[in-house]
Design a protein around this ligand. Sequence first.
Ligand code: BES
Ligand code: MN
Ligand code: ZN
Length: 476
Amino acid sequence: MKLNIRDQVEKYDGMILPLYEDGLATKVLSLPLDELQGSKKFEGKMGTTYKLTAVVESSLKEIVLLGLGKKDDLNFRKLLNGFADAYRLVKKQKTEKVVLHIENLEHQEILAKAATEAVLMADYSFDLKTKEKEDKEIELDMITSVDMKIINEAYVLAESNLVARDLVNQPANLMYPETLAEKVLELGEEKGFEVEIFELEAIEAMEMEAFLSVAKASDRDPRLIVMRYKGNPDSDEVLGYVGKGLTYDSGGLSIKPTTGMVTMKSDMGGAAAVIGAMTAIADMELKVNVTAVVAACENMISGNAYRPGDIIGSMGGKSIFIGNTDAEGRLTLIDAMHYIVTRENVNKVLDIATLTGAAIYCTGDAASAAISNNDDFFKAVNESFNKSGEQIWRMPIFDEYKELIKHEEADLTNTAGNPGTITAGLFIGEFTGDLPWTHIDIAGTAFSKKEKGILSKGGTGAAVKPLYYLAKNEEA
Ligand code: BES
Ligand code: MN
Ligand code: ZN
């Protein structure tokens, strides 16, 4: 799809027409919209769509009406999905040139922003089919007079969301630590952030025993990927992001069933989120400093695999009892966390991971789950999610839970039990020093079984936009 911003209409065969609930009676072109009044077929309710075919200006046009609800009740999440649904519907009619009318509507800025993000995201799909696509590229002309700055930011956000989807969607035989690191080097070069890659020997020299224990059964060597964006060189404040980068999670010796394993290329959704966010932050030239770290590896099985029952060390020095080799994410994350806290001078840190199946029980695919040790920091995280149209829910940290991660024979255990999402997060929290910290579990939100609204099947790019807004919020 090609998105154009125009101030007047050219020839077209499809149209998306957003309408407020209380604006249905207005005469638009020669459309018989007043016929809809009281018909219940289309009432303009937020996010609803209605398709009609009509002769306008003497040719047949495929028209999709999009309900915007009440003028003063706009909801960005619903707007995104509404524009996405409308776009999917008009595209299905094999239209070639679609016009999207925003110019005469109230709150044009938010509508133009939502529409831009939504159509770009809804247009995305992933496959590795060898036959060329036959479909002609669809053109979408958005008729609006909003400041191009708004459109540009929306464009960058959608593109960086799609960068993350692509990283997740690449199967694990193609996207492994080495190729992920190469991809990040390319993105850093293109967008303007620094990338440093630590290979096996360097990781060993830093004594990242927890990370290395997970990585060691794989024939593919791990990589520690460090990204640094310095948009405010005069300040020593650095925001830290850590993303889980399991390019594949077989479960290790505590092996997963095939049904659970088949989508485990998605276990680097946290890494994809921080990488995607870095591309947006650099592209928009935010006046902030952000450092992101990904400990990339595969959790595999071999004669050299770590075992249930092992007691291993970690870069931070603590010993860890391995109750289950499938609880590997937290092991890679603690070494990445210890590294970023002690070597990168961050003053606030957020980690994000497809960490626990339990998160799916807590909040499903509607929201990411979080814990935090700092109310102000979490408030900023929460606002960043809201702004992007994504949802997050903070779980409690009760004293009882802190006892669960302790072990008789080691400092910590990687299998603390229920509530699994919280205890997994608390395990990582042992390595954050005294910094304000938020942990986000995107196991339920990073991967979608079906296409729906702005989401395509597969990787969703969850949290890319929120992590961009969180960095933007740090601008002086
Ligand atoms: N990567 C998985 C979590 C996951 C499950 C993400 C389903 C997305 C969808 C993680 O490494 C894992 O296996 N966690 C275990 C932990 C348990 C063994 C303590 C889990 O949640 O079952
Ligand atoms: Mn696992
Ligand atoms: Zn995992």
